[in-house]
Design a protein around this ligand. Structure first.
Ligand code: C5P
Ligand code: MG
Length: 135
């Protein structure tokens, strides 16, 4: 989804820090390495890739190892714009990609309180924790 803002993030793919963090959390919980190993930015296959594709692919890799995702919690750290009006639609997109109910997908936002590169509006960060279980 497109969120109106005076600037955006640049990246090899779509620079979706939130989807990337959750993707890395899935890979991490399943001990499957990291996002850079699975989706190298040198690989033209992933150029301009929609990050929900990374997310779905990581989920499939974990499922192929016998894991199922129980829930996901995440935080976007961004000075502006405010994201809270988009929380439910972003959660719905993530839930669909993760194959989860809405209530199993948590999404939080915070500013960096004007401190550091994120606080100066130069960058954004995302953190994610994913619980996996073997059915
Ligand atoms: O970090 P801070 O205390 O300023 O966040 C206050 C509220 O603003 C939080 O509840 C958070 O959900 C929201 N927020 C937001 N978009 C951001 C940063 C914070 O909607 N980029
Ligand atoms: Mg605060």
């Amino acid at each position: 989804m497109t969120i109106p803002a005076e600037f955006g993030l640049e990246g090899h793919s779509d620079a979706d820090v939130l989807a990337h963090a959750i993707t890395d959390a899935i890979l991490g919980a399943a001990a499957l390495g990291d996002i850079g190993a699975h989706f190298p930015d040198s690989d033209p296959r992933w150029r301009d890739a929609g990050s929900l594709r990374f997310l779905k692919h990581a989920r499939e890799l974990a499922e192929a190892k016998g894991w199922r995702i129980v829930n996901a919690d995440s935080t976007v750290i961004l000075e502006r714009p405010k994201l809270k009006d988009y929380r439910e639609s972003i959660r719905a997109s993530l839930a669909a990609a993760l194959g989860l109910e809405l209530e199993s997908v948590s999404l939080k936002f915070k500013t960096a309180e004007r401190v550091g590169p994120v606080g100066e509006g130069l960058s954004a960060e995302a953190q994610a924790i994913v619980l996996l279980a073997r059915p």
